[in-house]
Design a protein around this ligand. Structure first.
Ligand SMILES: NC(=O)c1ccc[n+]([C@@H]2O[C@H](COP(=O)([O-])OP(=O)(O)OC[C@H]3O[C@@H](n4cnc5c(N)ncnc54)[C@H](OP(=O)(O)O)[C@@H]3O)[C@@H](O)[C@H]2O)c1
Length: 302
């Protein structure tokens, strides 16, 4: 695919968007970006890219538009709200939604856009800010296959693993399964580490030993240093992890299932958010006083 076939737009310069955008732009020039809080455009290097003042401006100029937004509400407001893009999109435009939103919302948006000949790909990403920066995310994509094939080289600029999963919604289904397992896993780690004070084993030792055997996990590998240092500055925020557990529980219930582990993790994350940890990293559920921690944190009961 030649770069002149693409007229690219990007909406959402949050933690992920601001890492993914330069990777796409270094291979295929991005024309226009939009962020709700316009001052963010000054914080991100945008050489050769115009910053639109309303999303509709971007819709008129682009035939492929990436979204990297918080949740279903944010995506629907960008597409269908006042000054939203949908009225201005040309037939055949492809929306590549990198956001993690609900399954129900995904299917609703797909259906609504399809009526105007717009192809909507649910294409969320697995991996956090570091993987985005180094181009090592995993993309899981559902929707029209020819649209997927057209955007595949763009996805490859930030994802080293790309899965086309078929029908619309399957990208989000896979992503919600992934984030439910991740949230359950982190909750199990939090439970183990919060035993530390009562049973007299230091958290650092518990983590060191867990990492050697079958109880190890990728999320423990990734978050061990943060937990040790008591540094809960956000990579993937706790409130986003809670949102994804809620979407995962909703997806399972709509399928007639009772997802007990995801529901328990959702409760833990909801309690942590209520205690004021929502803006911290998702690993803050294990923040109950790591030995030698630089920054003491409020205990969250498991
Ligand atoms: N961070 C990670 O490690 C990670 C990993 C994988 C997937 N994800 C998913 O990727 C998406 C983005 O995550 P992030 O960490 O980059 O989030 P973030 O830093 O919180 O950024 C969210 C973006 O959405 C915009 N936004 C929120 N509500 C909006 C609304 N109502 N209307 C318009 N724009 C709105 C924000 O604009 P403002 O600047 O105006 O607030 C910002 O650009 C989320 O769905 C998340 O679950 C994140």
């Amino acid at each position: 695919m030649k770069s002149q076939d693409y007229s690219l737009g990007f909406i959402g310069l949050g933690r992920m968007g601001r890492e993914i955008l330069p990777r796409i732009h270094s291979l295929f020039p991005v024309r226009v970006v939009y962020n709700r809080t316009s001052s963010v455009c000054n914080e991100v290097p945008l050489e050769g890219i115009t910053c639109a003042s309303v999303p509709s401006e971007l819709a008129e100029a682009c035939n492929i538009i990436f979204l990297s937004l918080t949740d279903t509400e944010a995506v629907e407001s960008i597409l269908f709200g006042d000054n939203g893009t949908s009225k201005y999109l040309k037939r055949g435009t492809i929306i590549v939604d990198l956001s993690t939103i609900s399954l129900e919302g995904t299917l609703r948006i797909h259906e609504r856009l399809a009526k105007s000949g717009i192809k909507y790909l649910d294409s969320p990403v697995i991996g956090s800010v570091g993987a985005a920066k180094s181009g090592n995310l995993t993309s899981v994509c559902g929707g029209d296959e020819s649209a997927f094939n057209r955007v595949r080289p763009l996805l490859a600029s930030f994802s080293s693993k790309i899965f086309y999963l078929g029908a619309s919604g399957n990208g989000i289904r896979m992503k919600l399964i992934n984030n439910a397992v991740m949230g359950i896993n982190m909750s199990a780690i939090a439970e183990a580490l919060n035993l530390s004070g009562s049973i007299g084993l230091p958290k650092s030792k518990i983590m060191e030993v867990l990492l050697t055997g079958g109880a190890s996990s990728r999320i423990l590998e990734l978050k061990r240093d943060k937990i040790e240092r008591g540094d809960f500055s956000p990579e993937f925020s706790l409130e986003h992890q809670l949102k994804d557990l809620r979407y995962a529980v909703e997806m399972a219930r709509d399928a007639g299932l009772n997802p007990e582990f995801s529901s328990a993790a959702e409760k833990l994350y909801a309690a942590a958010a209520t205690e004021g940890l929502g803006k911290d990293d998702m690993s803050a559920v294990a923040s109950g006083g790591v030995s030698g921690a630089a920054k003491p944190h409020k205990e969250v009961r498991v």
